[in-house]
Design a protein around this ligand. Structure first.
Ligand SMILES: O=C(O)CCC(=O)C(=O)O
Length: 300
């Protein structure tokens, strides 16, 4: 989709975009891409941080958890042993910690959800070239927001953000989505079955009353930031390109509307991570220590 390319070092603001720019698109389509939020120096730092996280994951060799920190390592039929995701790397990596509370991201989400924000998702995603076990079936993120009682007014209180670390195109497994699908509310059919895997592609959309012909690709260049809401129907395919496809995901929720998560901003000021708080890992307080996992954890 088209967007307004901004000077990389400037914090984007709603005012800087004629007619509300990305805010209008976000409300209308359920998602928006803002171009050039981060510059080449930011992306170089993020690439190095992703390399550190991947090296740590592959050194462990299997999926592994320590508190909220969790590495997802799989044996891909085509690409061999790969790290596909790390959840909450920011506890242990200063660079990733800094970008989770970057003022340029706050400037994007503040007009929608304010400046007192908790965070639910902090994830690095990798799709190495040729990897096939990295597909995300079409889904809505609302399915992961559990327990439901801990999240209120989800449609207006919660935003997922994704910083493109690499070019993000359909060929290398970009996110694909159905514009406007957020207006349909929660679609029960898309809450069933595994999110990661194959076989529930476009046919599933038709069964859910959505037109597969309306699917759009979330094309991004490094430094672009995508925002989407918890009801947007989206998924992504395999990487058939030559290069890695990495994105840094951070989701934010209006603190008054959520009983879980780590604080990210209080009155617009970044909040550093401390002792892990309850997010998704229900055994955080009963099994907080490091341990290998029997199988690769599903996304959340
Ligand atoms: O990284 C991707 O391709 C998909 C991410 C996604 O769908 C999600 O986090 O909900």
């Amino acid at each position: 989709m088209t967007g307004i390319r901004m000077v990389p070092a400037s914090p984007p603001s709603a005012a800087a975009q004629p007619g509300g720019g990305y805010l209008v698109r976000y409300r209308r389509d359920g998602y928006a891409v803002v171009r050039g939020v981060f510059g080449p120096n930011d992306i170089a730092q993020l690439k190095r941080a992703f390399e550190r996280a991947r090296a740590a994951a592959l050194k462990l060799g299997r999926s592994w958890r320590h508190g909220n920190l969790c590495y997802r390592v799989v044996d891909d039929p085509a690409a061999g042993r790969i790290a596909t995701m790390v959840q909450w790397p920011a506890y242990h990596d200063e660079t990733l910690a800094r970008y989770r509370t970057d003022p340029r991201v706050l400037a994007l989400v503040e007009p929608l959800i304010g400046r007192d924000l908790k965070q639910i998702i902090n994830q690095c995603h990798w799709k190495p070239p040729d990897a096939v076990a990295v597909d995300y079936n079409f889904h809505q993120d609302v399915r992961f927001r559990r327990p439901r009682a801990a999240f209120r007014n989800l449609e207006t209180s919660y935003i997922q953000t994704a910083i493109a670390v690499d070019a993000h195109r359909r060929r290398n497994g970009a996110v694909r989505l159905v514009p406007g699908s957020h207006l349909k509310g929660e679609i029960a059919l898309l809450g069933e079955g595994a999110v990661m895997g194959k076989g529930r592609g476009e046919g599933q959309l038709a069964l859910a009353g959505l037109d597969p012909a309306s699917i759009a690709d979330m094309d991004m260049d490094p430094g672009d930031v995508a925002l989407w809401g918890p009801f947007l129907v989206h998924g992504s395919g395999s990487n058939r390109g030559e290069d890695d496809r990495r994105v840094y995901l951070n989701s934010y929720v209006r603190a008054a509307d959520c009983d879980r998560g780590e604080w990210a901003f209080r009155a617009g000021q970044p909040v550093a991570l401390g002792a892990p708080q309850l997010v998704h890992y229900e055994e955080l307080y009963t099994r907080p220590g490091p341990h290998y996992l029997e199988s690769a954890p599903p996304p959340d």
